[in-house]
Write a protein that binds this ligand. Structure first.
Ligand SMILES: Cc1ncc(COP(=O)(O)O)c(C=O)c1O
Length: 393
């Protein structure tokens, strides 16, 4: 993130998520340039549903992929048009469904037969024909490391081999229209090649399902998986051949009559919002224990579970930067911990950093996604992290 300085951080006083409109826009541009022009992008609000961030993304022309009634409300407040909103998630509440149906969003992505029946019931009551997509759990997919996965059980979507039964029940639903198919099978892929395999397998599943359809589809969401480099040694996702691979995949797909007029989409949360945010925490104290140097920061686990290793299989340190009142470049190996009495409140282990003193700041990169939205802000009743934009400092 550009334009960060000790002086600006000092004005924050307390731990803060700092977002950048400029980086957000640049991430959307980078994603768009890696895709065929005809493809659309949905931004997954679960990564970060801050309203101002949502407004920026709305102005960039992406759609909203929401997963709760409150995310849907934020999307509507941020002026996303109904026809640019889709709603995923296996456990949508009745309140959420009612708002989605009433708002006539582009597609409610249905994840079970029981959900389909409830949508039909509410839609009949409201005298609305609701557009839905079916989320499919495909028979074949690929893991983030490229391992082929066959017939994985999942709480998400309807198994591919149960889809014909779903379509049969759908025919009896008078107030629901199937407008799309949706597959999302993987996150955090850092290899362009694996991403391409993921999309090819997804399209193969879509094509297998099309033989059961008699009506043309309006939209097909091929999911995503666009990863970002969180740790030292990881490099950015290279998508140099993705566009041509997708052009080929779409050309093949268009041969299927029900897909001829469909618009194709990808969805992404972390790739768009992750690099557009940092988590900044001030140094409170430094101390030593059994020869190990600890730096106690003003914030940690309650603000940022991911930095503390939740969700990681092997604990690794996020990329960090330090901002000091008085530059001291002599390196020391430190463990960065948060303010709570909880051992998991550890933000980095044995990290070589410039010598820190009270009042300095540590910045953790790639925290614009699954930072504030993924953390137990009420833990120990600490004050929640602030959320600010660098453009305002
Ligand atoms: C259905 C669905 N869509 C989109 C996403 C966003 O994934 P990411 O933030 O990795 O792009 C997820 C993440 O779990 C998801 O489950």
């Amino acid at each position: 993130m550009k334009n960060l300085s000790y002086q600006k951080l000092q004005t924050l006083q307390t731990p803060t998520y700092l977002y950048s409109e400029e980086v957000l826009r640049a991430q959307v541009k980078a994603l768009r340039e890696s895709l065929p022009e005809e493809m659309g992008i949905f931004y997954s609000f679960k990564a970060n549903s801050h309203e101002r961030l949502a407004k920026v993304l709305q102005s960039e022309g992406v759609g909203a992929d929401v997963a709760s009634v409150n995310e849907l409300k934020v999307a509507l407040r941020a002026q996303f048009k109904s026809e640019h909103i889709e709603f995923t998630g296996p456990g949508k509440s009745e309140e959420a469904l009612r708002l989605a149906i009433h708002s006539r969003i582009a597609s409610i992505v249905v994840e079970s037969v029981e959900e389909l029946l409830l949508i039909n019931q509410i839609s009949t009551e409201l005298k609305i024909v609701t557009s839905i997509s079916l989320r499919v759990n495909p028979e074949l997919s690929v893991s983030a490391t490229g391992k082929k996965l066959n017939k994985q059980s999942s709480q998400f979507g309807v198994d591919e081999d149960q889809a014909p039964e779903f379509f049969a029940i759908l025919k009896k639903c008078s107030h629901v229209k199937l407008v799309g198919l949706h597959v999302f099978s993987q996150s955090q892929i850092l290899s362009g090649q694996i991403l391409e395999q993921n999309f090819a397998l997804t399209m193969a599943a879509i094509l297998r399902l099309c033989v059961h359809l008699t009506q043309p589809l309006d939209m097909v969401n091929l999911g995503g998986g666009f990863g970002i480099p969180y740790y030292e040694g990881q490099s950015s996702l290279q998508m140099t051949s993705l566009k041509s691979a997708l052009v080929q995949i779409l050309t093949e797909a268009r041969k299927e009559s029900v897909l001829q007029a469909a618009k194709f989409f990808v969805e992404s949360g972390r790739f768009i919002a992750g690099p557009a945010g940092v988590y900044a925490a001030p140094v409170l104290y430094t101390k030593e224990s059994q020869g190990k140097r600890f730096v106690v920061l003003g914030g940690g686990f309650s603000h940022n579970m991911a930095v503390c290793g939740v969700g990681q299989i092997l604990r690794r340190n996020y990329k960090t930067q330090v901002f000091q009142k008085q530059k001291d470049t002599s390196l020391e190996t430190v463990t960065l911990v948060g303010p709570s009495c909880y051992a998991l409140d550890t933000l980095a282990v044995d990290l070589a950093l410039s010598r820190l003193v009270r009042g300095d700041w540590v910045i953790f990169e790639n925290c614009g996604s699954y930072g504030a939205s993924f953390s137990p802000m009420n833990f120990l009743s600490f004050a929640p992290a602030q959320e600010r934009f660098i453009e305002d400092l």
